[in-house]
Design a protein around this ligand. Structure first.
Ligand code: NAD
Length: 261
């Protein structure tokens, strides 16, 4: 699955799944733009490391995915840096866990903006470029929560269901034009986001690390194992490859059987 000559932009990719996806795309030969809102020296160093390790071009572009204009600028700057934009991976996302009655309105708005609306803005900016090239791949990192629900995750579940729906619309509007749009729905993946939840869960359930992982966190993941960022990255590479040219408008679960339950 060779992506040499292709240019990819991955939102929210200085950590976790986004970095895993950017790394696998670079391993397959794609040039990559990585992103976050932080704009620290280490973010730029991460891009330099990707380039050096995988022999591709890589840049870091700061942009806040909670702001529509910055989402669009991220795509424009990617095309400015590399002369094209072939692959768009919408990955940036945040979480907040609280019941509906007390869920802060501002947090609801922020989750919808970063987890859902950012994909609308980046896609709107990327489609004209992809149409002009006659080739494009859009991969939206949704979640098992794009297909099922959990209590206390109203904004996240709503946003991720929205991403799955938006993916279908994108596929219909681009069908037959060399462009595909698909969602990946991971179950639990051991990223900094999830790692940070483990101590709280240990305290809440009075369990050790391994016990809380198996009995609480992975209770709905029949495989009993986390998915890995490499597996999400590899699935992305597959969806960007020629093998997946006729796969569009669908979602692929990488969830150890969660949504089969
Ligand atoms: P993470 O916290 O490690 O990474 C989140 C990324 O988003 C970071 O790179 C962060 O810089 C970026 N980000 C956050 N707010 C941003 C903003 N305003 N502008 C730009 N970038 C921003 O989390 P992760 O677990 O790697 O999650 C990545 C994606 O995968 C999210 O969309 C998440 O919902 C989804 N997901 C994660 C899991 C899991 O178990 N980890 C499961 C299913 C889906």
């Amino acid at each position: 699955m060779n992506l040499q000559g292709k240019v990819a932009v991955v939102t929210g990719s200085n950590s976790g799944i986004g970095l895993g996806v950017a790394t696998e795309l670079a391993k397959a030969g794609a040039s990559v733009a990585i992103n976050s809102f932080t704009d620290r020296e280490e973010d730029h160093a991460l891009a330099a490391k990707l380039a050096a390790e995988h022999g591709v071009k890589a840049v870091y572009i700061a942009a806040d995915m909670s702001k529509g204009e910055e989402c669009r600028t991220l795509v424009a700057k990617t095309a400015g840096a590399f002369g094209r934009c072939d692959i768009l991976v919408n990955n940036a996302g945040i979480q907040h866990v609280e019941g509906i009655e007390t869920f802060p309105s501002a947090t609801w708005d922020r989750i919808i903006a970063i987890n859902l609306s950012s994909a609308f803005h980046t896609t709107a900016a990327a489609l004209p470029l992809m149409r002009a090239q006659g080739w494009g791949r859009i991969v939206n990192i949704a979640s098992a929560h794009g297909l099922t629900a959990s209590a206390f995750k109203s904004a996240y579940v709503s946003a991720k269901h929205g991403v799955v729906g938006f993916t279908k619309v994108t596929a219909l509007e681009t069908a037959g034009q060399g462009i595909t749009a698909n969602a990946i729905c991971p179950g639990y993946v051991l990223t900094p986001l999830v790692e940070a939840q483990i101590p709280d869960q240990m305290k809440a359930h009075n369990m050790g690390r391994e016990e809380v992982i198996k009995k609480v966190m992975l209770a709905r993941q029949p495989s009993g194992d986390f998915a890995t960022v490499e597996e999400i990255g590899g699935t992305t590479v597959f969806l960007c490859s020629d093998y997946a040219a006729q796969i569009t408008g669908t979602s692929i679960s990488v969830d150890g059987g969660w949504t089969a339950l």
